[in-house]
Write a protein that binds this ligand. Structure first.
Ligand code: GTR
Length: 410
């Protein structure tokens, strides 16, 4: 009796110490629930979209606005001045194969300035190179062992702390350039830090200044990716037609939202973006909308909170975010052990989005079943894989993105 009681107490203590996500999340496919997805190809007035013209003129803008009003939000209009300053450059980087350039971008507006530091590697001898724009989590100097890389202003991590996520050698050897920046330069990934972000440039200094549809961190980070692209497009050796935005996890949500809005990006990659990224919100599996809103209230606009009790009342779902990228190549990657991000929900979302690609004559993912781990399912302009392993970015992922881009970006 005593022993049983002790076991119970132990079990209780164990449960109390488990992260909230493990206690609450459903990982049983039979408990996902039934749901009806909003049809990406039926406009708000009930009209069926069968031509790309109707998609581009009517339905696409409708869906974009639904995401702006209900989930990610938008930034207020503001006049922001930008200045570029190359603070370091070498044509002998990465064992002589790359040009390294570090550029400080200064934004000014509303009597405030903010700076972001961009680390750019470009393959030597390539006249027009495609480029990845990919924000980093821990600071530029954590992405490489290259000692010349300057530490990002808000980084608290050791140099070279996260090199495994950055296949710079492979990227450069494949003829691609890559530009990265620390996401904290744009928006601290924490609550109550609004004044230290780019928001004062837009006249926003506290939470009281936020409208229901004012975008927060995800929208700000997406804005940062677009500002890096502005700079890259001033360079002669960057191929304007082959620009790719890539992000992992919360930064995968960011790359999708960025690519959905900024059509200058020719290809968009979501690496393990999960809930409120590529995964369908209406599936009850892993992280959910109420859960993400509770843990990360600074990521989405305030209106998103109003769906916590009734996710099916969202007027859109995440397949429509992917559809906003059409007809440009889109790649969604999951990881088998990353159940929190709902790999199957990410796949189903892309499959549904691929219907919009059909308007442009591309093959779709319709009729294909969920691929085996590490198998590439590339149809039309939609790419998917579920890598074995955990929530991460690996060389397998980069290799897949490069191969897919080689085939799809012309
Ligand atoms: C988790 C979060 C996910 C995902 C991830 C990450 O804590 O629940 O939505 O974005 O963080 O960014 O690594």
């Amino acid at each position: 009796m005593k022993k049983n009681y002790a076991t119970l107490v132990m079990a209780g203590l164990f449960l109390m110490n488990l992260p909230a996500q493990a206690q609450e999340a459903n990982y049983d496919e039979s408990n996902v629930g039934t749901y009806t997805l909003p049809d990406a190809l039926t406009s708000l007035n009930g009209q069926q979209v069968i031509k790309k013209k109707t998609w581009e003129k009517i339905r696409r803008p409708e869906i974009l606005k639904l995401f702006q009003d209900n989930e990610y939000g938008i930034l207020p209009n503001a006049k922001i001045k930008t200045n570029y300053r190359i603070i370091e450059e070498s044509d002998n980087a990465l064992e002589g194969k790359a040009i390294r350039r570090q550029v400080e971008i200064t934004f000014s507006g509303n009597n405030q300035t903010r700076k972001m530091l961009v680390l750019l590697y470009m393959p030597k001898g390539v006249k027009k190179c495609p480029v990845f724009v990919a924000p980093n989590f821990q600071g530029n100097a954590t992405t490489t062992i290259d000692p010349a890389v300057i530490e990002s202003q808000f980084s608290t991590y050791e140099r070279a702390h996260q090199t495994s996520r950055w296949s710079y050698d492979r990227i450069i050897n494949s003829g691609y350039a890559v530009a990265t920046f620390h996401y904290y330069d744009i928006y601290f990934d924490a609550n109550g830090k609004l004044a230290e972000t780019i928001y004062p440039l837009f006249g926003i200094t506290s939470d009281d200044d936020l409208q229901d549809n004012t975008g927060k961190a995800i929208t700000a980070w997406a804005w940062g990716c677009s500002r890096v692209l502005d700079y890259l497009l001033t360079l002669k050796n960057i191929d304007k037609k082959r620009t790719i935005v890539m992000g992992h996890s919360r930064l995968g949500k960011t790359s999708l939202w960025c690519g959905a809005q900024d059509q200058r990006f020719a290809m968009v990659i979501s690496n393990n973006s999960g809930c409120s990224g590529a995964a369908l919100s209406r599936r009850n599996y892993g992280e959910t909308v109420p859960r993400i809103n509770k843990s990360f209230p600074w990521w989405f606009c305030n209106k998103y909170q109003s769906y916590n009790q009734n996710v099916p009342s969202l007027p859109m779902d995440q397949h429509e975010l992917l559809a906003l990228i059409a007809p440009r190549p889109v790649y969604v990657a999951s990881a088998q052990e990353d159940r929190w991000a709902d790999p199957r929900g990410e796949f189903l979302s892309l499959q549904e989005a691929s219907k919009v690609y059909a308007l442009y004559g591309y093959d779709t993912l319709q009729g294909y079943s969920f691929p085996a781990p590490n198998e590439h399912l590339w149809k039309g302009n939609c790419g998917y894989h579920m890598r074995t392993g955990v929530h991460d970015v690996t060389d397998f992922d980069w290799q897949s993105y490069i191969e897919f881009a080689d085939r799809h970006l012309k």
